[in-house]
Design a protein around this ligand. Structure first.
Ligand SMILES: [Zn+2]
Length: 98
């Protein structure tokens, strides 16, 4: 993987990638839900606490790159600055017409 430079996808030769957080949304939801459960006992302070925990987790997770075409995920790799967050206009170029 080290020589991979995002010039094109090794699976489908697509030249477009986007970056996203490799964040486990199930864990995020679980943390928020836990906070909601304890609202009656903590006068809402638990929600504030889980918001902080959620933010902290989010900041800690690394970015990953995703191929627009085959949705292959590239993790644990240095992502160059020219890889931008998801762009709907680029995604439309690769949408399957079905
Ligand atoms: Zn691909």
């Amino acid at each position: 993987m080290s020589e991979f430079d995002f010039s094109k996808c090794p699976h489908c030769n697509c030249k477009h990638f986007y970056r996203q957080k490799d964040f486990n949304k199930v864990i995020g939801c679980f943390v928020i839900l836990t906070g909601a459960v304890f609202v009656p006992f903590t006068y809402g302070l638990s929600l504030l606490l889980v918001a902080v925990i959620d933010w902290f987790l989010y900041k800690r997770v690394a970015d990953e790159a995703v191929c627009y075409k085959c949705r292959e995920e590239f993790k644990n790799i240095e992502i160059p600055d020219n890889i931008k967050p998801f762009d709907h206009h680029i995604a439309e170029l690769y949408e399957e017409p079905d």
